[in-house]
Each structure stands twice: as structure tokens, then as C-alpha cells.
Design a binder for this molecule. Structure first.
Ligand code: UD1
Ligand code: CA
Length: 461
């Protein structure tokens, strides 16, 4: 069975970060996760990740996945280099398998390319195959040096290249396929006699070539696939490429994205046909959007499910569910564990938290609905507060079907408003409101005739 060895022990100095490089994110996910996913989707079931700098943090992050970690010792007393990194996973290299080497900081590699690359390597019966590409600016990369017959001779690092070699624009991606037996053999022979004093995996290529093994290069057209992240600028570049890929695939599936450059959709998000996504929208995590939805500008939806024909304007939705036909916003906030039934209207500056609201209910303006179960056809007036917190504990409120909660009322939990209960505006409800009854819980209005004139108001100087 094939295995991958994913190198992720480097320090990533140029990121200038306390976070290990491979945990920096593009489109919401860590760099390393894309590489692991691509490898798995290419059919590789055994994936080894070599960690070093920040290794514990990386391992902790991926502890629920089935990748296998190997530690590269880090410190002045230990050697360094891509060859040394691969040696840390030497136990994974069995003679009769093929090994693909990938980088944890090269997230744009696709599963298709990995698969085609491996298929090519196997079909040609190669002992080693290098993944290469032409780039306009090869600065910093290892150069692919070919002989008169256009066959690969060796890889020369930028820092070790002579005047002729440095001009070569075909570069080493750092990804390779090896036959296990030959990789293990050649790893035993590499040294660190080079300008950087590092063990180079690239020397394996030279050694195998010199000893007459079948060594080959596989060049891909799209050089962005091998683009690595060494700095925040490159991180932003990879984020843009990934975002374009994601947005493209949604558009191809029938979603309108008005400005793909300014629409941020995580890889796992699903969107139904004929939905329209406006600029400035973030769709994050495991969000699922139905068909015919309109997600208007600057909306953020995270880990939520939105059914068909929902319109959301400039709102924030977290870990919640919205059923068909709802209209949300502008400026509504659904906090975790909110469930909205069909055809609801949740309007301006309404906050909902840990609550269910059933079909056809409305909260049009300025309300807080926290820890509540609200029935069907309920009207929640402007400025209503579900008083769910006594300073110590949270309590629930129940509002049954067809109830009416007048504006600026407080429902002090735990409390129940029964079916068709009617709360007068400005009430503070602390006891159950029985079915069909009007509850008024406010001081009665008193009019004092002539009071203003008698008082003879004067302005202070
Ligand atoms: C390497 C290649 C170069 C290639 C380039 C592509 C070598 C000698 N050179 O150079 O030909 O063009 O990648 O990006 O292989 N790593 C470890 N442990 C180490 C050293 C590195 O895990 O001890 C990891 C890094 O985290 C990184 C990857 O290996 O993900 C590449 O290391 P890096 O130092 O960036 O290699 P380059 O010098 O860029
Ligand atoms: Ca690099």
C-alpha cells in the first residue's frame, strides 16, 4: 500500500509567528489539513506527518484524525534538512511500496495531481519521480538539471547553483514519488556537504541517477499547485487561489456569486442552486445553504443550516438552523443553538440565543429572545426582552401558539405565556399568562389636570 510522508517540521521563521506555520489558515482551514485531505482523496490511506518546531501544537490540533506523526528532533545538536526529515519516518518505508513526499506548507496541491503523478510513476516503472513546473521567477527553488536527452540529471539548490544552473526555470516542487526500497537505500547515503550544511532529500535523486536507477521528472502545467507558504504575503496568495477554486465550483454548480473576489466560503460549505451570494459574505465551517436563497452583503454564517428560499441581510448566524422561507435581518444575530421554523421574520437588531421559534412567528425589531420556546404565529413586539438570567442561572421562557407580546415588555423567566395569551405593551411578566387572556403588568396611567401650568416651569439661566 502507498504511503505519504508530509514534511512539516520547519520553523517558518518568515511567518514571524508564535503559531506553527502549517497551522496558519487559508479559507478557514490550516495549511496542513489541505495536504492531508488531498493525499487521502488521492487514495493514500497511510499518511505520516513529520513535525518538529511547534510539533506538540500541531499534533494536538490533528489528534482526532488518523494521520501518523513522527517527530524530528530540533536543536543545534541535531542535523537539519528535508532529507533528515524524511529519515524520521523511515519505519514507514517498506521495500515493496511507493512513497510520496509532500510538504505541509504547500496547500494548493490537488488530489487529481497527486493521483496522476503516482500513476505516472508506477506506469513508467520509475524508482524516483520528481514533480516539477516552470516558473517565471525560480529564485529560492531547487533547479531541475537535465542532460542532452532531456532526462533529469540532478536537482541543484539555488544556493549551490552555478551561473548556468541558476538560469534554469524548471523548478523542483519538493514533491516526489519513490520506490520504498530505493528511497531507503539512498537515504542511507546522503550527507550534509553543501552550502547549508543540511541533509537534502534532493541528493537521493542524484544518487539513484548515478547508480543507474530509473529517475524521471513529471512536469505539471499549473505552477500554482506547488506554491508554498513561507510568509504572510504568500499565505494571502494561497488564500486567494483557494477561494477562487471554491467559488468557481459553486458557480459551476449553479450558484450566483456577485463578486467572487470578495466572497469567503470555506471548503466544506454546501450551497443549493439559484442561490445568490452578495459581496462581503462569509460562509464558514459546516454551513449548508439551500436553493433559491439570497444571502445579502456582509452576512456571516458559521456551522449552520439554512433551508430553501431564505433571505438573510447583513446578519450573523452561528450554529443555528433556519427553515424555509424565513427573512432575516438586516442586523440580526442568531447565536448558537437557535432553531427557526418556516416563514419567520426576524428583523432589525433582533438577537436570538438557544431558542426555538415555530412557523410564521415574527420579531421585527430590537428584541432579545434567549433560552425560549416560542410557538407558531407569535408576534414579538419591538423592544421585547426575554429576561433569561438572574445573575446566577439561566431560565427558560415558553410562549405558546398565537400569543402576542406587546412592545417593550419583559418576560422574566421561568415563565409561560399560554396559547393566545396577550401581553400589553410595557408589561413586566413574572407569572404565567393564561390562554386567551390579556396581561397588563404596569402602573396605571394617571392624568393630573392643569399640573403643567400650575407648576409654572422656568428655564434655568
Ligand atoms: C526544498 C527543496 C528545493 C525545492 C523547494 C520547494 C531540498 C534540499 N530543497 O527547498 O529543491 O525547490 O523545497 O519548495 O529539499 N522541513 C522539515 N524538516 C527539515 C527541513 C525542512 O520538515 O529539517 C520541511 C519544511 O517544513 C518545509 C519543507 O520541508 O515544509 C521544505 O523545507 P524548506 O526548508 O522550505 O526547503 P527549501 O529550502 O525551500
Ligand atoms: Ca520552502
Amino acid at each position: 500500500m502507498d504511503v505519504s510522508i508530509i514534511l512539516a517540521a520547519g520553523e517558518g521563521t518568515r511567518m514571524k509567528s508564535h503559531t506553527p506555520k502549517v497551522l496558519h489558515r487559508i479559507c478557514g482551514r490550516p495549511l496542513l489539513e489541505y495536504v492531508i485531505e488531498a493525499s487521502k482523496n488521492a487514495g493514500i490511506k497511510e499518511n505520516y506527518v513529520v513535525v518538529g518546531h511547534g510539533g506538540d501544537t500541531v499534533k494536538e490540533h490533528f489528534k482526532d484524525t488518523d494521520v501518523i506523526f513522527r517527530n524530528q528532533p530540533i536543536g543545534d545538536q541535531y542535523p537539519y534538512g528535508t532529507g533528515y526529515a524524511v529519515m524520521q519516518a523511515i519505519d514507514s518505508i517498506r521495500d515493496d511500496i511507493n512513497v510520496i513526499i509532500l510538504y505541509g506548507d504547500t496547500p494548493l496541491i490537488t488530489d487529481e495531481t497527486i493521483k496522476e503523478f503516482m500513476d505516472y510513476h508506477k506506469k513508467m516503472g520509475n524508482h524516483a519521480t520528481v514533480l516539477t513546473a516552470y516558473v517565471d521567477d525560480p529564485t529560492g527553488y531547487g533547479r531541475i538539471i537535465r542532460d542532452k536527452d532531456d532526462k533529469i540529471l540532478k536537482i541543484v539548490e539555488h544556493k549551490d547553483a552555478n551561473e548556468e544552473e541558476i538560469k534554469v526555470k524548471e523548478i523542483n516542487s519538493g514533491m516526489y514519488c519513490f520506490k520504498g526500497q530505493q528511497l531507503k537505500y539512498a537515504l542511507g547515503k546522503i550527507d550534509n556537504n553543501n552550502s547549508q550544511g543540511e541533509y537534502y532529500i534532493t541528493d537521493v535523486i542524484k544518487i539513484l541517477k548515478e547508480e543507474g536507477y530509473r529517475v524521471d521528472a513529471y512536469r505539471i502545467e499549473d505552477a500554482t499547485e506547488i506554491y508554498g507558504v513561507n510568509s504572510r504575503v504568500q499565505l494571502a496568495f494561497c488564500d486567494r487561489v483557494m477561494r477562487n477554486r471554491i467559488n468557481h465550483s459553486h458557480m459551476e454548480n449553479g450558484v450566483t456569486i456577485i463578486n467572487p473576489e470578495n466572497t469567503y466560503i470555506d471548503p466544506g460549505v454546501k450551497i443549493g442552486r439559484d442561490s445568490i451570494i452578495y459581496p462581503g459574505v462569509f460562509l464558514k465551517g459546516k454551513t449548508v445553504i439551500g436553493e433559491n436563497c439570497i444571502i445579502r452583503e456582509n452576512t456571516v454564517i458559521e456551522d449552520s443550516r439554512v433551508a430553501n428560499s431564505v433571505e438573510i441581510i447583513s446578519s450573523t448566524i452561528e450554529e443555528s438552523t433556519i427553515e424555509e422561507g424565513c427573512k432575516i435581518g438586516p442586523y440580526a444575530h442568531l447565536r448558537p443553538n437557535s432553531h427557526l421554523g418556516k416563514n419567520l421574520k426576524i428583523g432589525n437588531f433582533v438577537e436570538v440565543k438557544n431558542s426555538t421559534i415555530d412557523d410564521n412567528s415574527k420579531a421585527g425589531h430590537l428584541a432579545y429572545i434567549g433560552d425560549a420556546d416560542v410557538g407558531k404565529n407569535v408576534n414579538i413586539g419591538c423592544g421585547v426582552v426575554f429576561v433569561n438570567y438572574d445573575g446566577c442561572n439561566k431560565h427558560r421562557t415558553t410562549v405558546e401558539d398565537n400569543a402576542f407580546i406587546g412592545s417593550n415588555s419583559n418576560l422574566v423567566a421561568p415563565v409561560v405565556v399560554k396559547e393566545k395569551g396577550y401581553v400589553a405593551a410595557g408589561s413586566t411578566i413574572t407569572e404565567e399568562v393564561s390562554a386567551n387572556s390579556l396581561a397588563i403588568a404596569r402602573a396605571r396611567q394617571v392624568n393630573k389636570e392643569g399640573w403643567v401650568n400650575k407648576k409654572n416651569f422656568k428655564k434655568d439661566k
